[in-house]
Design a protein around this ligand. Sequence first.
Ligand SMILES: NC(=O)c1ccc[n+]([C@@H]2O[C@H](COP(=O)([O-])OP(=O)(O)OC[C@H]3O[C@@H](n4cnc5c(N)ncnc54)[C@H](OP(=O)(O)O)[C@@H]3O)[C@@H](O)[C@H]2O)c1
Length: 261
Amino acid sequence: MTTARPLALVTGASTGIGAVYADRLARRGFDLVLVARDGNRLADLAARLKSETGAAVDILRADLTVAADLARVEARLRDDPSIALLVNNAGAAVPGGFEAPDLDAFERLIRLNVTAVTRLIGAVVPRFVAAGAGAIVNIASVVALAPEFPLGIYGATKAYVLALSQSLQTELGPKGVYVQAVLPAATRTEIWERSGRSVDDLAGVMEVGDLVDAALVGFDRHETVTIPPLPDEGQWQAFNAARLAMLPNFAQSQPAARYRG
Ligand SMILES: NC(=O)c1ccc[n+]([C@@H]2O[C@H](COP(=O)([O-])OP(=O)(O)OC[C@H]3O[C@@H](n4cnc5c(N)ncnc54)[C@H](OP(=O)(O)O)[C@@H]3O)[C@@H](O)[C@H]2O)c1
């Protein structure tokens, strides 16, 4: 008797972190739906993974900043009951801050890094909740925790992905759905050249295979937040504990004494 392989949908699978997720998931026994704009690269990866792993691999060419394309990916997530894992990986950065802002580029980035991530989660979660199972991996970034980094609105989009993942895990964890936020630091992929920077100018750049393999260790442990490059996990735990310690103090009928005249 053969057991059906679970299906994972990976966005931004044509290169970089997403392509390595596709590779690792195929080797873990998943069939795949690969999403990105570059159909040739997706086809090459699909052919390699089929021959090396025996996985069934579908290609869904889509520009996730285009509403009609995004809707096709949403429909696949909504309607295909074999999809058990969504990897929200597609993302980009844009250079520049607010002194000479390219507002159209900012909006396109928000569509990719924020809107598409949100809509794809919204498409799949009702089915996962009904099944009492399913997993979502959201690729955020350490700059979600470092708004001082001079990366324009990129860090803010990744802070959204981190906060959304934490909130979803609280909401959906008790219903059998696992949500993980992965926070890479600088990783050797095309994202740097695509956003007008050279990865060779940076120190402490992680190789993409190491990043994904570490993120999958965090996935297997069902971590809510996985920060592959952080040596001391206690620093994250202390940061999180300090944040949580504030929460009971927010409900006050009066402003804090320092704000009273
Ligand atoms: N590399 C790093 O240093 C680093 C650090 C922290 C977080 N991250 C995050 O990791 C994720 C993956 O980035 P990466 O480093 O692997 O970047 P990458 O090598 O540039 O790959 C980005 C992927 O997203 C796809 N993509 C880009 N725009 C798209 C669009 N409009 N519609 C659909 N797909 C689109 C690209 O494919 P097509 O061009 O074929 O569409 C590609 O497959 C991103 O969310 C990024 O923010 C990366």
